[in-house]
Write a protein that binds this ligand. Structure first.
Ligand SMILES: Nc1ncnc2c1ncn2[C@@H]1O[C@H](COP(=O)(O)OP(=O)(O)OP(=O)(O)O)[C@@H](O)[C@H]1O
Length: 243
């Protein structure tokens, strides 16, 4: 894995990615690369542009400028369903499964490119791996917030993504379940799936991420290990309100 620029092994590359909302430039010429199978943290103060970046990369927002490459192909302007077919998965800050469907029925929602026998097998495996098998028949609005996050992750994994973007996996999750979610994230990554995680809880970033990208005012201001980032003056200034 490289810390410097794009390589042919990159699953995701953004080049000058920009998004403006009226007078606000939320993402401002962002260069970002994620290597195949890498586990990268995306941090930065409130309003830095992290969620907007995630929405751009997953096709939920259209960029105002710049380019997005996924597995070497230009995917700029593609919509969420096209990107998910290509192998981009995401979770949301607040998970919203289909509440009146059971956990199992929620797993039937993704439009998978394989047959019913394989689908059944994968659902069983994923529910067991993510410790959701004992609530498989429960309505999705009756499980805990952390379990909803796990369900969302399980659903994303049905499509066997090359890259999963996690938006604040620790938010609203009790510490015991968070330990389990972190183990799940590590295991999924060890299986070859690249992961980009946005998280305010620095203990989660420290535990999970081999590389951390810091955003401020829509830009990538620093990339390094957690220790390097923690020691960097630009990063401290950004969190203290400077630029
Ligand atoms: N739909 C929108 N319309 C107008 N402004 C927006 C919109 N979405 C985001 N912004 C603005 O863009 C900037 C970046 O917001 P974004 O949510 O991407 O930051 P963030 O780093 O994810 O912040 P947080 O950590 O608080 O979630 C902010 O100034 C925000 O107010």
């Amino acid at each position: 894995m490289t810390d410097e620029g794009a390589t042919t092994g990159d699953v995701l590359v953004t080049d000058g990615l920009t998004k403006s909302f009226g007078g606000i430039t939320a993402v401002d010429g962002l260069d970002l690369s994620i290597g195949s199978g890498e586990l990268v943290g995306l941090i930065g103060p409130n309003g830095a542009g992290k969620t907007t970046t995630l929405n751009l990369v997953t096709g939920f927002l259209l960029p105002s400028g710049g380019m997005i490459r996924f597995n070497g192909e230009d995917v700029t302007g593609e919509r969420p369903n096209e990107l998910s077919r290509r192998g981009v998965g995401r979770t949301f800050q607040i998970s919203k499964p289909f509440g009146r469907l059971s956990v199992y029925e929620n797993m039937l929602v993704p439009n998978v490119p394989y047959g019913p026998a394989e689908r059944e097998e994968r659902i069983r495996t994923l529910l067991a791996e993510l410790s959701l098998d004992h609530v498989a028949e429960n309505r999705a609005d009756e499980i805990s917030g952390g379990q909803k996050k796990l369900l969302e992750l399980a659903r994303v994994l049905m499509l066997d993504p090359d890259l999963v973007l996690l938006d604040e996996p620790a938010a609203g999750v009790n510490p015991a379940l968070m330990d389990e979610i972190m183990e799940d994230i590590k295991r999924i990554n060890a299986g070859g799936t690249a992961i980009l995680v946005i998280e305010h809880d620095m203990s989660v970033i420290e535990e999970l991420c081999e590389r951390v990208v810091v955003m401020n005012a829509g830009r990538n201001i620093m990339t390094g290990t957690f220790e390097e980032v923690r020691a960097d003056e630009r990063v401290r200034d950004a969190y203290l309100g400077g630029t």
